[in-house]
Structures are given as C-alpha cells and as structure tokens.
Design a protein around this ligand. Structure first.
Ligand SMILES: Nc1ncnc2c1ncn2[C@@H]1O[C@H](COP(=O)(O)OP(=O)(O)O)[C@@H](O)[C@H]1O
Ligand SMILES: [Mg+2]
Length: 188
C-alpha cells in the first residue's frame, strides 16, 4: 500500500518525490552567504558525486529553524530525482501515518536516496524509535545514503532520539551545520 496524501510521503516513481510546496527549492535559488557557503558546497558536492558516495555515507543537516536545512535537502532531491529513486519524508508525518495505517516502507528502505526531514521533532516513544531504527539500520546495512535534517544540536539530538538511533546517524554521516538568521522572519 502506498500513501500519497499531499504527496508528503510516498509516491511511485518516476517520480516527483517532493510535496508541491517544496518543489521549487533548488541549489540555483539558494542564496549563498558567508554563513551557509560551506554547507551549500557540501550539499552540492554530495549531489554531484552521488553515484560515487562511499559506504552509503549521507548527511546530517543541523541548525536552528529557518536556516535552510529543508531547502538544501530538497535541492539535493531535485538534483537527483530524474536519475535516481529518491524519496522524501517528513519524519513526524511519516510516523503518524505508520501509526494510524498500514504503510509499507519498502520503497523508503530500498530507495537510492532517502531524505528524513525534521527528525527529532516527532513525539518520541519507544515505538517511534524502533520504527526509525528499522529504517536507518536497514539503509545502513545496504549502504544506502540518507539525508537527515534536524533542529537539534548533537547533544540535544541524542537526548531526543536516544543514543541507539543518534549514534548511528551521528556516526555515519557528514555533519553539515546551518547558521544565521531565520529566513522565514527576514522575508516579512
Ligand atoms: N539561503 C537561502 N536562500 C534562499 N532561501 C532560503 C535560504 N535559506 C532558507 N530559505 C528559505 O527560507 C524558508 C525556510 O527555510 P527552510 O529550509 O524550510 O528552513 P529549515 O528547514 O532550516 O527550518 C524556505 O522558504 C526556504 O526556501
Ligand atoms: Mg525544515
């Protein structure tokens, strides 16, 4: 079974993995500043070298709200979606769907690239941690890269999702930090 409400979870390819409100987020329209240049370059390099990524090494994008984490994750999706099986899921929403209906995660497990957006923002229970561990562990075992975004710093992230999950995510992925003002506020 596939869930497709608002395009937020799972869509069959080929492929528009992003919900409509996020489709326009690209590297081209990401404004590069002194504060985000390194993060931008790390993400662009990841997308360009994607077929040669060693050991399924993904990215953990960290930083406060509104600093461009989801934008950069979507830019990676947009750069790769025509050539690879790419899936995007907002974690709180994914877990809610998994809790309330019988969702298959097979496509998330086997995708060439999976984005798990906003991990740590879910209401954490033993069950949510187990579900996320299953996804993260399976992808690690198959050397499939995952891009994570989170509003939490490493210490807080560990406290939120627990050490078992955090150590896998923190230990296996490139850390990319976003800083600076909240773009949502600066547009008003
Ligand atoms: N460097 C940037 N250039 C242009 N727009 C940006 C940039 N960073 C963030 N934005 C925009 O600001 C809004 C919030 O960014 P988002 O990526 O959702 O933040 P986060 O996921 O870090 O909370 C989005 O509309 C996004 O497109
Ligand atoms: Mg975000």
């Amino acid at each position: 079974m596939r869930l497709n409400q608002q395009n937020l979870l799972i869509r069959p390819g080929p492929r528009e993995p992003l919900p409509i409100g996020l489709r326009d987020r690209t590297f081209e329209n990401f404004q590069v500043t002194a504060m985000n240049r390194k993060s931008y370059n790390d993400c662009l390099t990841f997308a360009r070298r994607f077929p040669k990524i060693p050991q399924g090494r993904g990215i953990l994008l960290m930083g406060p709200s509104g600093t461009g984490k989801t934008h950069l994750a979507c830019a990676i999706v947009n750069a790769l979606k025509d050539t690879h099986a790419v899936w995007f899921a907002n974690v709180p929403m994914l877990l809610e769907r998994m809790r309330t209906s019988n969702v298959s995660v097979d496509e998330l497990l086997s995708a060439d690239l999976l984005v798990l957006d906003d991990i740590g923002s879910e209401r954490e229970t033993a069950w949510t941690v187990e579900r996320l561990l299953l996804i993260v562990d399976t992808r690690l075992s198959n050397l499939k890269p995952t891009v994570f975004t989170t509003n939490y710093e490493i210490k807080d992230f560990e406290a939120r999702v627990g050490m078992r999950l955090a150590s896998r995510i923190v230990g296996h992925n490139l850390h990319v930090f976003l800083m600076g003002p909240d773009w949502r506020l600066s547009r008003r």
